[in-house]
Design a protein around this ligand. Structure first.
Ligand code: FES
Ligand code: FES
Length: 132
């Protein structure tokens, strides 16, 4: 049912934790399942230089957030905004259909952290206009 990559990122999640004085912090939740994902970004010159996460949720949510942190690290803000939940799920070699919403949480956590960054710095990030 779960790919080896999902199992790997669930049992050995990358970039778990918090970043003190993060440049952007995002927190999202899924009302239906009650799972919560928090993402911390360090951004230097428009590049995401560090990222950490904490997820209170199911295995797929943990694997999705772990993979999402790997995908955004070293990326520009624009590139990070382009990371869809489908890309996260594909990078995990797929998720069961009932678990796709866990990857949506990861996409939203990235966007929520970038929105926080944009607010803190009084800048507008193209592509986040409709996200809040
Ligand atoms: Fe049980 Fe998310 S609600 S795992
Ligand atoms: Fe809700 Fe995985 S079951 S995030």
């Amino acid at each position: 049912m779960y790919s080896e990559k999902v199992m790997d990122h669930f049992s050995n999640p990358r970039n778990v934790g918090e970043i003190q004085n993060a440049d952007g912090v995002g927190e999202v939740g899924n009302a239906k399942c009650g799972d919560i994902m928090k993402m911390y970004l360090k951004i230097d010159d428009g590049i995401i230089t560090d990222v950490k996460f904490k997820t209170f949720g199911c295995g797929s949510a943990i694997a999705s957030s772990s993979m999402a942190t790997e995908l955004v690290k070293g990326k520009t803000i624009d590139e990070a905004l382009g990371i869809t939940n489908k890309a996260v799920a594909e990078a995990l070699d797929g998720l069961p259909p009932v678990k796709m919403h866990c990857s949506v949480l990861a996409e939203q956590a990235i966007k929520s952290a970038l929105l926080d960054y944009s607010k803190k710095n009084g800048i507008q990030i193209k592509g986040l206009e409709n996200f809040d």
